[in-house]
Design a protein around this ligand. Sequence first.
Ligand code: ZN
Length: 153
Amino acid sequence: MAQPRVVSIHYTLTNDQGEELDSSRVEGREPLSYLEGAQNIVVGLESALNEKVAGEAMKVSVAPAEAYGEKNDELVQPVPLSAFEGVESIEPGMQFQAETPNGPQVVRVIEVGDETVTIDANHPLAGETLHFDVEVVEVRDATDEEQEHGHAH
Ligand code: ZN
């Protein structure tokens, strides 16, 4: 197997509607560095960047299956309002950390009723096709320590 690389990229992420969701190209932000093969970034973007070298730029569209998966309707469900005891006011869009059988998970409030709150435990980008405008800034071999840790330093 080839020596894993650490790749640094600048990227702008937009959705199908052309809305900017995230960007490394803002003041105070460094390029994003990831360790190849360590699932640091979505698989569809990583495979598009495979073997690319510093200075290369491209546009990549990544389908949900290669990004954050399809939306799972079963993860949208009502919970009793009493579960939010101690929260002063619950509004759609608020996010909470919830304990689930699969470990801690971020859930978003979708709707607030008189007795129930509808929450969505899908990843916020589930079901979205992601459009990356990406430029490779730097490529280098990963150190042994980075490979042990599974991320770039
Ligand atoms: Zn580390």
